[in-house]
Design a protein around this ligand. Structure first.
Ligand SMILES: [Zn+2]
Length: 74
């Protein structure tokens, strides 16, 4: 059974809950303040939304890509 990390939005307390895979976060309450507003945290900090910079450093495709394309043709 995987261990899920939750963060309480009420008091900021972080706790872990053993849950089955795919179990809903409903019913999970903060053990500290007994608040039901808890947010499931992703244990793996992949931060998939942070892809800033990958598009800015494109080797080709830029308007001033003089080094791109020239040399491939002969
Ligand atoms: Zn709490």
């Amino acid at each position: 059974m995987p261990l899920y990390e939750y963060a309480c939005t009420g008091c900021g307390h972080r706790f872990e809950v053993l849950q089955r895979m795919g179990a809903p976060s409903q019913g999970v309450s903060c053990p500290k303040c007994d608040g039901a507003k808890v947010v499931k945290q992703l244990s793996t900090f992949a931060s998939a939304g942070n892809v800033v910079g990958s598009s800015a450093s494109l080797p080709c495709g830029a308007p001033s890509a003089a080094s791109c394309g020239s040399g491939g043709f002969s």
